[in-house]
Write a protein that binds this ligand. Structure first.
Ligand SMILES: Cc1cc2nc3c(=O)[nH]c(=O)nc-3n(C[C@H](O)[C@H](O)[C@H](O)COP(=O)(O)O)c2cc1C
Length: 215
């Protein structure tokens, strides 16, 4: 493969869709979640997000990066208004419906109805889950951080409850997403099902890399 070298000048001259595709995929494979919310008046909403990241385990916190709030952002507005959201991992069988949830529907349109995904409610949580998702987490809003560099919002939420298939949980608490057929995404349109290579013992400077015995 011949390596190419790109510089700031190249980035500036690219067509904006080419630039968006290039940089959206540069960071590689990411997780994919549908965020379920409800407006103050009860209107259900689903949005597709590849920017859910782990912030901490104790307390369990996740972050989600939102594009600039210069146009209506239903998920973000609903979270500000009602403080609740659900994370629903996208599995292989849901890819096309999940992709369609990224379309700019009017506020009064539910992506559940538009795509055929099924809303499901737990006793403890007001935001809707996606019934078809094999890993669901109910979260509440904690704080938002404004990223000045490009006017995006990093929203932090606390995980209050989780639903997932028992068989996918290893003895040590690790979640085997490949058993749930959880999807990864690269860019805004390329979907993958990842395959486990191996699990390794956490590295120490004085020890060789070692495969975990218990997995
Ligand atoms: C694969 C994929 C991943 C996306 N990830 C994000 C994301 O992490 N943050 C974001 O603000 N928008 C993201 N989007 C765009 C939103 O899905 C889109 O703006 C959607 O309309 C948001 O719905 P809402 O207005 O109901 O919240 C993504 C789109 C696709 C196709």
């Amino acid at each position: 493969m011949a390596a190419r070298h790109f510089k700031q000048m190249d980035f500036e001259h690219w067509d904006r869709f080419y630039r968006a595709n290039f940089f959206n995929s540069l960071g590689g494979f990411k997780s994919l979640n549908l965020l379920g919310t409800r407006s103050a008046s009860g209107q259900e909403n689903l949005g597709l997000f590849f920017s859910v990241i782990h912030i901490g385990a104790h307390p369990p916190l996740v972050g989600v990066l939102f594009r600039p709030h210069t146009v209506p952002r239903h998920t973000l507005e609903n979270i500000y208004d009602t403080k609740e959201l659900t994370l629903n991992a996208v599995s292989r069988g849901m890819v096309r419906q999940a992709h369609q949830c990224a379309a700019k529907y009017e506020r009064g349109v539910s992506e559940f109805e538009a795509t055929g995904l099924t809303p499901w409610y737990s006793k403890a949580h007001k935001a809707p889950y996606v019934k078809q998702s094999l890993l669901k987490a109910g979260c509440t809003f904690v704080e938002k951080q404004h990223i000045q560099a490009n006017d995006t919002i990093l929203l932090i939420a606390k995980i209050r409850e989780v639903y997932l298939e028992e068989k996918a949980i290893a003895q040590d608490g690790f979640i085997h997403h490949e058993q749930l057929q959880t999807v990864s995404v690269n860019g805004l349109d390329a979907y993958y099902t990842p395959k486990l290579i191996e699990r390794l013992v956490y590295p120490r400077p004085d020890a060789p890399v070692k495969k975990r015995e218990d997995d």
